[in-house]
Design a protein around this ligand. Structure first.
Ligand code: FAD
Length: 544
């Protein structure tokens, strides 16, 4: 029972309005300290797990235990068997949805170890629950990083593999899935297979990304690593004019020229329709006093939020600095890109940062752990969280559409190759259309359009906003141009529309062949929001 329901309706409405109007204060007074205590507890538990329970040499025994549990599930009466999923609580996942794990048979997949670093093959072998925070802490002092990672330290290597991962290095190598050398998977019948791009299980290899645990339990994976220097030399290029910054991104990402010299890292933050700052990063050494004077530890608690720092170059003009690599990789962690501003509007004030900045960000796991049905409804009705993969050919159109539908800035642009692996290596993504291909190459240049924030009419408490209409219009556009919604976020697609967006032919074949039918939920069942977003969204729609 929600305690608010005990209040008279008038008082309840006023109280909710007060809480919404003073959300920043409520978060600072209650949420941040509670999140800090929660995070400390979780970190202690993780430290305990990493240092005292860590036992890479026991990996095979742990996998056999999972196989035994799947074997036991197979011995149950077929009609009464519920599909399986991992027992990892929903609140530990970064996804905005809450898949109903209680309706499944839960199998513990407690695999947290880094297993092996092979610098000859340039791969690291990990268990799936190793986080981005863990792996960067391990690899960077040794002179490496993952070829593709994510800026959020709580994302897991396994979650990124079975969901999707994309970063500012993806214009060079593509999605996270392109950097996976092998997957070890426990199938629905309890057998263990290793899938690679060219072994007898290559059909499984190509369908595991975007499968969200509906083809088997991932128990280990090998990831490509790259050598690094300890700093990223970052050039901030402010650009005025939409066509100008879009053309510049196409040029810098090599969208039109496969032989273009590419920077190591590339992204753009769009601050309004006609203003963006493009960030070009290259690995660098800091070996002179001039360079040392330009070092900026952007993730320290008292520093401005990264995107706010970036915004200053719109007025200051083009500039450069040197960012320590781990700071660079986690630059968006403290403000959760720009999500934190809608929670703590004064959070970037220097006094707040100095005294309380170390409490940020509130832990995503804590936010999910304390999500009530009302807050859950707000995450898609009064806010927008979407990452969308789109072809570079529609860059301008997509920014205009995002403004029309959501009226919120900044917007994130990460260019990313989408490879055409040919008809016999099909996964859930279709081959790019011919006009989307980079001439002469086997990939097309796409990008992640990241739209996070509060839609304009909701922010201003004036004007019309219906999340269902906006989201469905965006999804219709995505389908029309051959793009994809990231499935960690709420989708408003019907199953038919979902099947139109994704190519599920090879996936459905893999489900039959690899004993996933009946053993694991179907993909649409697994990723669709657990609540009726259309009904609730229409109820929450804001009138003029
Ligand atoms: C604010 C925000 C911004 C984001 N920006 C980006 C971005 O810029 N680029 C990007 O690539 N992504 C982005 N993401 C999304 C992020 O990549 C996904 O949430 C991703 O899935 C990683 O999260 P996770 O480790 O919590 O995975 P989970 O959600 O835990 O896992 C993903 C899926 O795989 C299943 N699964 C996980 N492990 C196993 C296993 N061992 N066996 C079987 N099934 C398993 C889970 O059940 C789930 O369905 C963003 C997310 C947020 C919240």
């Amino acid at each position: 029972m929600n305690p608010f329901d005990l209040l008279p309706p008038g008082l309840k409405k006023r109280l909710i309005r007060w809480l919404e109007d003073n959300r920043g204060l409520v978060i600072v007074l209650f949420c941040l300290p509670a999140s800090f205590i929660f995070d400390t507890g979780l970190s202690l538990y993780k430290w305990f797990q990493r240092t005292l329970l860590s036992a890479p040499e026991r990996h095979d025994a742990r996998v056999r235990q999972i196989q035994r549990r799947v074997g036991d599930w197979n011995k149950q009466d077929a009609p009464s068997r519920r599909p399986m999923c991992t027992s990892r609580p929903n609140w530990l996942s970064l996804s905005t949805t809450f898949f109903k794990k209680s309706e499944c048979h839960r199998i513990p997949v407690d695999l947290y170890d880094i297993l092996q670093l092979d610098t000859e093959r340039m791969v690291v072998r990990v268990e799936p629950m190793v986080t981005v925070g863990d792996i960067t802490r391990y690899l960077i002092p040794r002179g490496y990083t993952l070829a593709v990672t994510l800026e959020i330290s709580d994302a897991t290597c396994g979650g990124l593999a079975l969901g999707v991962g994309m970063t500012t290095y993806s214009h060079r190598v593509g999605l996270y899935q392109e950097t996976i050398v092998s997957y070890d998977v426990v199938l629905g019948d309890g057998s263990l297979v290793r899938a690679t791009a060219d072994n007898e299980h290559k059909d499984l290899y190509y369908c595991l990304p975007w499968s969200h645990g509906t083809l088997g339990f991932l128990v280990a994976l090998e990831l490509q690593i790259i050598p690094v220097k300890q700093f990223v030399h970052m050039r901030y290029i402010p650009v005025r004019g939409q066509k100008q910054y879009c053309d510049r991104m196409r040029e810098l990402s090599g969208a039109l020229d496969k032989d273009a010299k590419l920077p190591d890292y590339l992204e753009a933050t769009v601050f309004d329709r006609d203003s963006a700052v493009i960030m070009v990063g290259n690995f660098a050494k800091v070996d002179t006093p001039e360079k040392a004077a330009k070092v900026n530890h952007v993730t320290r608690w008292y520093k401005p939020w990264f995107y706010k720092h970036v915004e200053t170059f719109l007025t200051k003009g083009e500039s450069d600095e040197y960012i320590p690599l781990r700071d660079y990789l986690l630059r968006h962690n403290r403000a959760i890109f720009w999500v934190l501003e809608s929670m703590i509007p004064f959070g970037n004030h220097p006094v707040f940062r100095l005294f309380l900045g170390w409490l940020c960000p509130p832990k995503p796991a804590f936010l999910k752990f304390t999500t009530t049905p009302g807050i859950r409804a707000m995450t898609f009705s009064k806010q927008v969280f979407q990452d969308i993969v789109l072809p570079m050919t529609v860059l301008e159109e997509s920014i205009d559409l995002s403004e029309k539908l959501f009226d919120t800035y900044p917007v994130l642009i990460y260019p990313c190759r989408i490879y055409d692996h040919g008809p016999s290596n099909r996964g859930q993504l279709r081959s790019p259309k011919s006009d989307q291909m980079c001439p002469g190459a086997n990939y097309g240049m796409f990008y992640d359009l990241g739209v996070y924030g509060t839609p304009g009419p909701v922010r201003r408490k004036r004007g019309y906003y219906n999340p269902v209409e906006s989201m469905r219009a965006m999804e219709a556009f995505i389908r029309k141009v051959g793009g994809y919604s990231f499935l960690y976020a709420d989708i408003f697609l019907t199953e038919e529309e979902f099947n139109e967006m994704f190519d599920l032919e090879a996936y459905n074949r893999a489900r039959k062949k690899y004993h996933a039918e009946g053993a694991f939920p179907r993909l649409y069942e697994k990723v669709r929001p657990e609540v009726d977003v259309v009904k609730i969204g229409n109820e929450y729609a804001q009138a003029e």
